[in-house]
Design a protein around this ligand. Structure first.
Ligand code: DC
Length: 219
């Protein structure tokens, strides 16, 4: 049986986050930003280094609170979202996400985000591994240069120091690792619709995706 889920997979800075947020709002679905979950795991890994303890900490101490500006992550009462969004955490997340134990520990945590209400799941393996029975699967691509430019503006807006050549190199090396790892590599699901957004605005991607949701969810 197909689940009321839209999966949006693709490489970093391909525009998945904005598309997911907009589609979740349009369909009135919940949202799972699985990359953020991997970043939480990476953040806790830098503190503890023990996978069993991390799994426990995520279920006992971490809360995700969504509002119109996005998702905020709290460890107990401390908002750790800013630290999760740094390039340093992204690098650790890329490394630990290649480990089988990390992916196993996060599998059910991710599936628990689907709770009867529909879900938009944003990540790398949402359509292939986590929600293979999702009703609609999208794979969002964009060239490394376009993605580096988007990430540059995003980090600059947050007041972080960035350098364009370093950013392109980082994105390319992370992509290579994500696409070639043996466990859950970043590849489109066979039944996914691939959108290359290199030459498209968010509005264009959004209106194309809304045509797909109209067909699948009548909305
Ligand atoms: O989307 P992001 O940049 O926040 O993701 C951070 C890292 O987590 C990225 O290197 C890939 C990894 N990741 C993953 O392996 N599987 C997912 N479903 C989501 C993210």
């Amino acid at each position: 049986m197909k689940l009321n889920i839209v999966t949006i997979d693709g490489p970093s800075a391909s525009g998945k986050g904005s598309l997911s947020k907009n589609i979740a709002k349009h369909l009135d679905f919940n949202i799972l930003d699985s990359g953020l979950l991997y970043r939480v795991y990476a953040y806790l890994f830098s503190i503890s280094g023990n996978h069993e303890e991390i799994k426990k900490l995520i279920s006992e101490q971490i809360t995700f609170i969504s509002d119109q500006d996005g998702i905020n992550v709290f460890k107990d009462n401390n908002n750790i979202t800013h630290e999760l969004r740094t390039e340093k955490t992204a690098k650790t997340a890329s490394q630990i996400s290649a480990l089988d134990i990390t992916r196993k520990n996060l599998l059910n945590i991710q599936r628990d985000f689907y709770s009867g209400k529909g879900l938009v799941a944003d990540g790398r393996d949402m359509g292939t591994v986590v929600f293979p029975d999702a009703r609609l699967k999208i794979f969002l691509e964009a060239s490394a240069e376009v993605r580096a430019k988007r990430r540059y503006l995003e980090l600059q807006n947050r007041g972080q120091e960035v350098n364009m050549p370093d950013l392109i190199a980082d994105i390319e090396s992370r992509d290579f690792k994500d696409r070639t790892r043996t466990i859950s590599p970043l590849i489109p699901a066979e039944d996914s619709i691939v959108i290359d957004s290199s030459e498209m605005s968010l509005e264009e991607v959004l209106s194309f995706t809304k045509k797909l949701t109209k067909k699948e969810f009548n909305k």
